[in-house]
Write a protein that binds this ligand. Structure first.
Ligand code: GLU
Length: 474
C-alpha cells in the first residue's frame, strides 16, 4: 500500500496571501484531500522583520476565507532553528559538509574575480578540504554543503518531467550562516522531511532551489519527496502578475465581491484543466485534480472570466448562504459597517432575503449585489441616477402623486393591496402599467432596475415608500 499523501503549504509572511500562493495552497489541498491525505501549514517565518503576528494572521485569514484547511497547528519554521542547526552539525560530522571561515570581503573578492573572468559567481571551495587546525581565531564559520563537482543532479518534476542540472552550477551552498541561523535551503529540506511530506507542490520559481535541495536530501540519505512545480500566474498581458495588473492579494478579491467557491473554481482552472470544463464543484475538483493536467506554461489572469465564473456562483448559491457571504464581504470592506448595522435592525435581513433571488440574477459580484440592493438602506431624500431621473417627467410625477394618494388609502400593505393600487392608478390615468411602474421604481429606488416593484414596496414598508414618493412629487 502506498504511503498516505501529506502535502504542505509553506508561505513566507509578506502581509497578505498572494493569489499565486492561494493557488499553490489550493493545489496542495486538492491533491492531499482528494486522496484521503492531509495538508499541513508551515509558516516560513525566518525573516523576523516581516514575520509579524499580523502578517501571519493575514495568511491564515486568506486561507480560511478560501475554505482551505490544514491539519493541526501551523508550524513555525523559525521555532525549529535548533533542529536545523543540529542537522547541519551532523552533516559536518559525517564529512558531508564543512566549516567555511571566509570573511564577507573574501566572498566579495571571489565574486568579483569570477565576474572579471566571465564565470558565474561561484564559491571556489577554498575551505572544502582544509583541516580544522587551520581555522582562524575569532571568526565564526558558516557551514557549507560538500556538493559534487561533476555529473548532474536530476529533479523529477511531476509537471515538467525530469530536468537535469550540471553539478558544476550548484556550488557548495551555505547551510548555516556564520551567525548560526539556517538558510532557507536547509530549513525547507529538514522541515519537509520531519513533517513527513510526501509531495512538495510549489511555484516553478523554486525549480533551481529544488536541485540544490535534492543535493541536501542525498547528503542526508533521506528520500526526496515527489515534486510538482506549477508555472506561475501572469497578468493579462503575459508579464509576471504584479500590482500593476490589479489586485494580487486574496483579501482584495474578497473586497471585490468574489465568492470563495468561485475563487476556488477559477484558481483551480487557472493552470489545470479537466477537458473543456470551466465550472466544477469542489467535490469534482477533489475527485479530478491530478498533476498530469497541470499546464506546462504560465497561465494568464483573465478578470472577465473570473467575473463570469463568479456570476455563475452568485446565481447558484442559495439565498441564506449568499447572505452569509454578503455579511463576510461587508465586514471586509470600508463602507460595509453601516449596512451590517442596518441588517441587524428589525426585519431587515428578511427584507433583503425576500429580494435576494431577484438581486442575484443581476449581480456578478457581491459589490454589484450591494449596489443593486442599496435602495433598501438608502436614506431620504434618495439620490436618483440620471437614467432614472429621465423617467420622472412632470407628467410622470403627476401620476405618482395620484398613486401616492391611492396607496395611502390602503388599509393593509401587502403585495396584493399595493398591486391593486398601482393597477387602479394606471387605469384611472389610462396608462399602461409600465408607465406607472417605471417612474415608481425610479422614485423608490433611484434606479431603473430593481427586484419586482411590489417586492420593493413591501420591502420598504408603507412609511418609507410614501415618504420617498412624496420627496419626488413635492
Ligand atoms: N516560503 C516559500 C515561498 O513563499 C515557499 C517554499 C516552498 O514551498 O518550498 O515562496
Amino acid at each position: 500500500m502506498s504511503k498516505p499523501v501529506v502535502t504542505r503549504f509553506a508561505p513566507s509572511p509578506t502581509g497578505y496571501l498572494h493569489i499565486g500562493g492561494a493557488r499553490t495552497a489550493l493545489y496542495s489541498w486538492l491533491y492531499a484531500k482528494g486522496r484521503g491525505g492531509k495538508m499541513l501549514l508551515r509558516i516560513e517565518d525566518t525573516d523576523r522583520a516581516r514575520s509579524t503576528q499580523e502578517a501571519v494572521e493575514a495568511l491564515i485569514d486568506g486561507l480560511t476565507w478560501l475554505g482551505l484547511d490544514w491539519e493541526g497547528e501551523p508550524i513555525s519554521q523559525f521555532s525549529r532553528a535548533e533542529r536545523h542547526k543540529q542537522v547541519a552539525e551532523e552533516l559536518v560530522a559525517a564529512g558531508k559538509a564543512y566549516y567555511c571561515y571566509c570573511t564577507p570581503e573574501e566572498l566579495t573578492q571571489m565574486r568579483e574575480k569570477a565576474r572579471e573572468e566571465g564565470r558565474p559567481p561561484r564559491y571556489d571551495g577554498r575551505w572544502r578540504d582544509r583541516d580544522a587546525s587551520e581555522a582562524p581565531e575569532g571568526i565564526a564559520p558558516a557551514v557549507r554543503l560538500k556538493a559534487p563537482f561533476d555529473g548532474e543532479t536530476t529533479v523529477y518534476d511531476e509537471v515538467q518531467g525530469t530536468v537535469a542540472f550540471p553539478n558544476k552550477d550548484l556550488d557548495d551552498l551555505v547551510l548555516l550562516r556564520s551567525d548560526g541561523t539556517p538558510t532557507y535551503m536547509l530549513a525547507v529540506v529538514v522541515d519537509d522531511h520531519d513533517m513527513g511530506i510526501t509531495h512538495v507542490i510549489r511555484g516553478d520559481d523554486h525549480f533551481t532551489n529544488s536541485a540544490r535541495q535534492v543535493l541536501i536530501y542525498k547528503a542526508l540519505g533521506w528520500d526526496v519527496p515527489s515534486m510538482a512545480h506549477i508555472p506561475l500566474i501572469h497578468g493579462p498581458d503575459g508579464a509576471k502578475l504584479s500590482k500593476r495588473h490589479g489586485a494580487t492579494g486574496a483579501e482584495a478579491y474578497r473586497a471585490m465581491g468574489y465568492l470563495p467557491a468561485a475563487m476556488r473554481n477559477y484558481l483551480a482552472r487557472l493552470g489545470w484543466s479537466h477537458g473543456d470544463d470551466e465550472i466544477f464543484s469542489t467535490d469534482q475538483m477533489l475527485e479530478w485534480f491530478d498533476f498530469d493536467a497541470i499546464g506546462k506554461s504560465p497561465s494568464r489572469m483573465d478578470f472577465q472570466k473570473l467575473a463570469n465564473v463568479n456570476g455563475h456562483y452568485m446565481r447558484s448559491t442559495n439565498d441564506p448562504e449568499l447572505m452569509q457571504h454578503f455579511k463576510v464581504f461587508l465586514a471586509a470592506i470600508e463602507d460595509g459597517a453601516p449596512i451590517l448595522e442596518w441588517l441587524q435592525q428589525s426585519d431587515n435581513e428578511n427584507t433583503l432575503l425576500a429580494s435576494m433571488a431577484a438581486l442575484k440574477e443581476r449581480a456578478k459580484t457581491l459589490v454589484e449585489l450591494k449596489d443593486g440592493a442599496s435602495y433598501l438602506w438608502a436614506t431620504r431624500p434618495l439620490s436618483i441616477e440620471p437614467k432614472a431621473e429621465k423617467l420622472l417627467s412632470d407628467e410622470a410625477k403627476a401620476v405618482l402623486a395620484r398613486l401616492t394618494e391611492n396607496l395611502s388609502d390602503l388599509d393593509a400593505w401587502t403585495m396584493e393591496t399595493t398591486e391593486s393600487a398601482v393597477k387602479a392608478t394606471a387605469e384611472q390615468a389610462e396608462l399602461k402599467l409600465g408607465k406607472v411602474a417605471q417612474p415608481l421604481r425610479a422614485a423608490l429606488t433611484g434606479k431603473t432596475t430593481s427586484p419586482g416593484i411590489y417586492d420593493v414596496l413591501v420591502g420598504l414598508g408603507r412609511d418609507e415608500s410614501l415618504g420617498r414618493l412624496r420627496d419626488v412629487c413635492g
